[in-house]
Write a protein that binds this ligand. Sequence first.
Ligand code: ZN
Length: 613
Amino acid sequence: MGFNFETMKMTDQPTRITPLAGARPMRRLFDGVRTGVAGALIALLAACTSVPLPPWPATAGTIPPATTPGIPATVATVPLAQPIPARPGFVTASPAAAQAPYSAAVAARFPAPSVAYSTPGLQAGRSSFTSNAEIQSWLRELAASASRSASVKAAVLPIGQSQRGEPLEALVLTRAAGTDAAALIASNRPTVLLIGQQHGDEPAGSEALLVIARELTQGLLQPVLERINVIIVPRANPDGAAAGQRVTVDGLDMNRDHLLLNTPEARALARLTRDYHSTVVVDAHEYIVVDRFLQKFGAVQKYDALLHYATTANLPEFLTKAAEEWYHRPLLAALQAQGLSTEWYYTTSADPADKQITMGGTQPDIGRNVYGLKNAVSLLIETRGVGIGRLHLQRRVHTHVTALASVLASTAQRANELIQLRPYIDKELSAQACKDEALVEAGPTPTHHALTLLDPVTGADKTLRVESNSSLVLQKIKARVRPCGYWLSAASKTAVERLRLHGVQVLRVLETSAMLGDIYRETARPADVRPALRGAMADPAPIIKTEVALMRGVIDAPAGSYYVPLNQPLANLVMAALEPDTHSSYFANHLLESLASSARVMSEPMLKAEELP
Ligand SMILES: [Zn+2]
């Protein structure tokens, strides 16, 4: 059944609301799902039973070997305590002490690793990082060399274009029958998506992903492909990289654009994730070393790696457990074995008077959190690199390579569990529609933290007790009963397009239908901005921050309007987008034209509707 946006009639009618009396119990408008009516009738399956979770596997190391058919029970992976050895032709880089924004004593805390990596941007004498054109050639050469071997299939996938017209590309590596999305999904192997350089001034992740790509195609990481598929996007923001700037050309922070999808760069990643069903997503960044930390705390940053996983409202508990036990703990061990120091990811604002630190944010618009809302295990790896040029570059790359190799090995080890985990989570979320309470907004928990930095002169550890916001424990700010779905007006074309890019199921109403629901009535419109932990949000458009009350009534859903059911795996992402009174919502960020453009549907509607392709 086809649907064409070009021919859609924009016949949006104002929503008519018939208020119901007080707190009467919800009246079911429809008692069942009729089937067999004209082909256009979509049966909205009532998710009436909760799905039992599988027993949580025993602690790491005691899991029996996976027994996925066609996949060897045990696979040799890179021993993570060992560095990938140097190869002939590798260069040895030495720290460029002349660039150091701190004393030689601080620099001495970060000796070059025992291995030297070789990418175009890491060559001796280079003053620039690997260029976009060099990345394209690198990916093509690896794909060509992989295709000469019988076992590994590789392809460079065009996934979009940057705002300046640079190609956005992914390298797909697999032992599946092909490199297309259907082949990877049919492979019964989890797919890991590795993303580098969303922020253009954070180059080490990108250089490390080139190393990882080579080791997967022709090196020591190749065995993991017996158990997993890997997709690598070495540079998600090529325009920013070319300009040496954090943001995209239009000034947006693309890492805060993963729910709204206003940038073509974020849209490319959303499409890729939707089509290839990523099971694990790793986002490789670098963090500020000196700058505001010297200004506020009289010290410079210490840790080789800051690590985090998804921390936002409504994440399934199993995902957090998998991120912690299957990934975070092995990551700590792998980095420690290389003599690399780690801490949870945190940052501090640009305000000199604000002396608190905050762990990675809880907003459902950050890549790390949105991939969690898409039911992937979502991990953040940050190295100490922003503002120090090429200083300690081999060590920064080594940190990323070590961490990424650990994630790949953990995924290979847990391939069987990961393949089972995802359908459980998808079913569990679908089953929650119309039931229970869901968080509309949650925030971090204030606490104190013993933060260790470095004395900028002596290089000695300097531990300060600071106020801190922990995103590992979320505080409820606002909660509501989870609706059965959302009604959207026919004019909500942009919001529908963005939801479809995420892979959300959206139905188009074919005949005017009545739905029992709650509409949003504005009670206040406070001045507010989208919060950003590091300082000013790189987003020029002011948001509409609203406060609302819910009014129960009957919604007349005209033909051409939309219904977004919540009995689907992306239910939590839909709530993040469509509850209007948050900083990240589609209404607050102008993707819905008014508060009356959406409503919560509180009883399963009987609809004549078609699913958008
Ligand atoms: Zn970053």
